[in-house]
Design a protein around this ligand. Sequence first.
Ligand SMILES: N[C@@H](CCC(=O)N[C@@H](CS)C(=O)NCC(=O)O)C(=O)O
Length: 192
Amino acid sequence: MKLYGNPLSPFARKACVIAHALGLTLEVIDILPLSDEGFRKINPLGKIPALTLDDGTVVIDSRVICEYLDHLGGAKFFPRESSRWKALTLQSLGDGVGEAAVMYSILGREDPAPVKIRTRQMAAMLAGMDALEHTQFSDPPLIGEIAVGCALGYIDFRQPDLDWKSSRPNLATWYAKFCEHPSMKATAVKPS
Ligand SMILES: N[C@@H](CCC(=O)N[C@@H](CS)C(=O)NCC(=O)O)C(=O)O
């Protein structure tokens, strides 16, 4: 299986965390989606991650890729019972914070940067993290926790001066502990 991704992408990282935790081997191919039009031959939407299977099937979107990998590796992170909806909703919240953070960062490279849209992305990031401050996280972690951990990792890398931790002590404590999981350590972005 080949995963088209990028070490910085919080969405590609979700897939790498799951694969690592379940002992699945992924060949990771680095893509810069914003400057690689050829990648549309794999994913017409031009977004990473995308997974290609040995028979050529393409699986797109981290939510589908993660559930597919989980299905292959023993169904550990996507519960089937009633806790499924809580886990999927937390995944949506974590991914939403990640999406806002990615857009905030991309739009910041425009000249001039679109202030109003960026302000909305920042508002989504901050309000999302406020909601996460009051979230009861599952231990052992499920897909929701993985999505949140990857989004926060991206924010820490891209916005190191955004002091989100001091006003969200519960989330900061949970995140510090979550980063100690071997799959989070193995997929952490290494500063160049
Ligand atoms: N919902 C998608 C979001 C993926 C996404 O937005 N990926 C970003 C990189 S982190 C991307 O490829 N952006 C390129 C673009 O939007 O054209 C997922 O979960 O896989």
